[in-house]
Ligand binder design. Structure first.
Ligand code: ZN
Ligand code: ZN
Length: 94
């Protein structure tokens, strides 16, 4: 399982390898139905256990390049550390 380090949480976050349309689906759920449904999706698809699902989803940017935590704009890589709040930012949409 790949993982990425979050400087804000000071811990490694497990990153599942999402297959097929699951990246797209997950992002849509996160945007339209909310974080709890996104966590449930990751868990129900057997990508991660509940705790790890929450940690993963907590770091996904709803809008590409916009930090999920502080709203800072400017992170365009798939994975990056926000220069403002030091959170790991995951951009599912490349
Ligand atoms: Zn974090
Ligand atoms: Zn930030």
């Amino acid at each position: 399982m790949p993982n990425e380090f979050c400087e804000h949480c000071d811990k490694w976050i497990e990153i599942p390898v999402l297959n097929g349309n699951d990246k797209f689906t997950l992002l849509n759920i996160l945007r339209n139905e909310g974080i709890l449904y996104a966590i449930k999706f990751v868990k129900d698809q057997n990508y991660l256990e509940l705790k790890e699902s929450k940690e993963f989803v907590d770091h996904i940017c709803k809008e590409k390049g916009t930090c999920h935590k502080c709203g800072h704009i400017g992170l365009w890589k798939e994975y990056g550390i926000c220069t403002e709040c030091k959170s790991l930012c995951i951009n599912l949409n490349k």
